[in-house]
Design a protein around this ligand. Structure first.
Ligand code: NAD
Ligand code: UDP
Ligand code: UDP
Length: 338
């Protein structure tokens, strides 16, 4: 394997292994890879608010400095521009591994899931930190079981256009379990279902961000295929709560973290119309290859073992995302950006 001249980024004394289960009682040192992205930056807000020291490692592939700007002057916060495909040396108690190009338009070209996850597991093993992998509902592929429980092994095309992502995350789960079983690394696995909220990339091609940005810009909402395919949309604060409960709890997982209320894309378009503009138009486009027909999490395991379930319905979460999008789209226009 490649070796680097390791350099210490943090003088923190590692106390991992003594992490109290249940509610934490002292501040921790926490690494969030992908921490300047959509989910990561909300997680960082919560960790900072509870008094932890937080290191964000991000290469800004899809993340934005704006998302974490408000922490830059805080002495408990550190930002490192780094690609997790390269090894790194740090000393922390916990690692939330989110780094990954997560949107279909970005993820097709990148080995982050495999090599990046291996490096972060190697790091966790060396310093005896607890490692949490943010896997995805995509590991279920185009599911033949509905809703999907964690025990379902999935229906994934190994050579399809999405396989870099879904097979990549499946390998990431395998590596995580191998480090756990073979090397005693403390691990947690979350399988995240479609999540939305403020700070999502404006133009990353995901359906909620597309519809909201299009309706705000007075463009037609692009519905792919016949719009009858389904997804279940989780508000980001619900996800962050689930991730933190998983990290602090005693169960390895995998755990589905998602909202169990299912919408067709046409129903989603209707909610966006109702919330932004009743006159917003819909335009049908051909669907992308290998698009899963339906998806909805079975969250019984997370309910029972983590005491977690989503509390923000789409009708409440969407307006919070819309006000963030409105601000970003219209301030961009003033500056002449897109
Ligand atoms: P995002 O694109 O906003 O965030 C990912 C972050 O990782 C970005 O800041 C990006 O710059 C960074 N990154 C990418 N490649 C990197 C690399 N090689 N080295 C360092 N940093 C790198 O996406 P998100 O929605 O916040 O997703 C976060 C995690 O949650 C991802 O692992 C994703 O697979 C998972 N997930 C998200 C969803 C969702 O609906 N948002 C669903 C399932 C799984
Ligand atoms: N690694 C890292 N930081 C560390 C320890 C390991 O980035 O503090 C990387 C290391 O460079 C390797 C990967 O994690 O590419 C797996 O490490 P491990 O020690 O498990 O495997 P090995 O290096 O023995 O193959
Ligand atoms: N989709 C759509 N219009 C868009 C973008 C996506 O109808 O502008 C559909 C897409 O075909 C898929 C669903 O919305 O069926 C969710 O797509 P997204 O990329 O948000 O997430 P994922 O496919 O990863 O669940």
């Amino acid at each position: 394997p490649r070796r680097i001249a390791y350099e210490l980024h943090s003088g923190h004394v590692n106390t991992a292994g003594k992490i109290p289960l249940g509610l934490k009682s002292r501040s921790l040192s926490v690494l969030v890879t992908g921490g300047s992205g959509f989910v990561g930056s909300h997680l960082v807000d919560r960790l900072m608010a509870r008094g932890d020291s937080v290191i964000v490692v991000d290469n800004f592939f899809t993340g934005r400095k704006d998302n974490i700007l408000h922490h830059l002057r805080n002495p408990r916060f550190e930002l490192i521009r780094h690609d997790v495909v390269e090894p790194i040396l740090l000393e922390v108690d916990q690692i939330y591994h989110l780094a990954c190009p997560a949107s279909p338009v970005h993820y097709k070209y990148n080995p982050t899931n495999v090599v990046g996850t291996l490096n972060m597991l190697g790091l966790a093993k060396r310093i005896n930190a607890r490692f949490l992998l943010t896997s995805t509902s995509e590991v279920y592929g185009d599911p033949l079981v509905h809703p999907q429980p964690e025990t379902y092994w999935g229906n994934v095309n190994p050579i399809g256009v999405r396989s870099c992502y879904d097979e990549g995350k499946r390998v990431a789960e395998t590596l995580t379990m191998d480090y756990h079983r073979g090397l005693n690394t403390q691990v947690r696995i979350a399988r995240i279902f479609n999540t939305y909220g403020p700070r999502m990339c404006l133009d990353d091609g995901r359906v909620v961000s597309n519809f909201v940005a299009q309706a705000l810009r007075k463009e037609p909402m692009t519905v792919y295929g016949d719009g009858k395919q389904t997804r279940s949309f989780q508000y980001v604060s619900d996800l962050v709560e689930g991730l933190m409960r998983l990290m602090e709890g005693e169960h390895v997982g995998p755990f589905n973290l998602g909202n169990a209320i299912e919408f067709t894309m046409l129903q989603l378009a209707k909610v966006v119309q109702d919330t932004i503009d009743p006159n917003a138009k819909i335009e049908f486009r051909p669907n992308t290859e290998d698009d899963p027909h339906k998806r909805k999490p079975d969250i019984s395991r997370a309910k029972e073992l983590l005491g977690w379930q989503p509390v923000v319905p789409l009708q409440e979460g969407l307006p919070m995302m819309i006000s963030d999008f409105r601000q970003r789209i219209f301030s961009d226009q003033k500056e002449g950006g897109s």
